[in-house]
Design a protein. Structure first.
Length: 307
């Protein structure tokens, strides 16, 4: 059991690492092409990477006589998720043009706090720790993003809007995931987001083949590694894993993005901004911690049954 947990934890950390470094790839990609072109290519590439996994899973399920999810729900869910994902990713891509990848990583992670807050509109109750986490994160955001003129930067604003849309994206996935196959839904959402971004690229930009050839490294990393490889690592890593522990490991994405921006791009943060990062990360961890001993014991029972 310990070996399985250690292996799964390592796979999830690899996924978080890949996603964290992807912020650097997104930033570097802007040196070669516009944000619409970059997102269009990366999502279409991600969809193509997941396609073999979809075929493999369908074949395995057929051999085990496992009924496939209803195609109508998978298509509908994939398109809805793709619209949300495409919108959030574009806001993030534009935002990275005007802020550091470290800030972008931490601000994006706020979706973990925003999701339960949005749950109010769905009639869900919010625990005390979420309100505390939201307050701590808000102060952290103030330290991280506010300038001396008490004005929120353009890039930070765009990434914060991205975090809100990502939160909606998570709620949409939460609605459709029980009715659809997760991998197939993800493949369709990447295809949808890629097609929409590509249409805007031809309208507002002038994409040329040379741009994609010159920027193939950041593009391939964001498309193949961030979408196809990291998603597969997440699927495998979360199997028989406590979801609370899994989400804590995946939230390290924000820390990796800051370190990657510093090491690769030389984007340093001052003491105030680092304090803001610490508060935001602390708030994210607080929200994901189990509530009380009873829930912890329940999670342990669930895991023992699965293993």
């Amino acid at each position: 059991m310990k070996r399985v947990s250690l292996r799964n934890s390592f796979l999830l950390f690899l996924a978080a690492f890949i996603w964290g470094v992807a912020f650097v790839a997104q930033s570097v990609g802007m040196d070669y092409m516009g944000p619409f072109s970059f997102n269009g290519a990366r999502f279409l590439m991600g969809s193509m990477v997941l396609l073999p996994l979809v075929i493999f899973r369908r074949k395995k399920n057929k051999e085990k006589n496992i009924a496939a999810a209803e195609l109508k729900n998978t298509l509908k869910g994939g398109v809805c998720c793709g619209l949300a994902l495409g919108s959030a990713a574009l806001l993030q891509q534009f935002g990275i043009m005007y802020t550091t990848v470290g800030k972008a990583g931490f601000i994006t992670t706020l979706y973990i706090i925003i999701v339960p807050v949005l749950g109010i509109f769905l009639g869900k109750k919010i625990s005390g720790k979420v309100w505390i986490g939201a307050a701590v994160a808000a102060f952290g955001m103030y330290l991280l993003c506010m300038s001396e003129r008490l004005a929120l930067g353009k890039g930070d604003t765009l990434v914060f809007l991205c975090a809100i849309i990502f939160s909606i994206h998570i709620l949409v996935i939460d609605y459709f995931s029980p009715k659809a196959d997760g991998v197939e839904l993800s493949c369709i959402q990447f295809l949808t987001a890629g097609m929409i971004s590509s249409i805007f690229a031809f309208i507002f930009e002038k994409p040329e083949l040379s741009q994609f050839v010159d920027g193939i490294i950041p593009l391939a990393y964001a498309g193949i590694m961030s979408s196809g490889v990291a998603y597969t690592l997440q699927v495998v890593g979360q199997k028989d894993m406590d979801p609370t522990v899994a989400s804590l490991i995946l939230s390290l994405e924000s820390v990796v993005s800051m370190l990657a921006g510093w090491v690769i791009l030389g984007q340093s943060l001052n003491g105030r901004e680092l304090a803001g990062c610490g508060l935001v990360f602390g708030a994210v961890i607080l929200v994901q911690l189990p509530e009380g001993k009873h829930m912890h014991n329940a999670n342990e029972r669930d895991n023992s049954i699965k293993v």
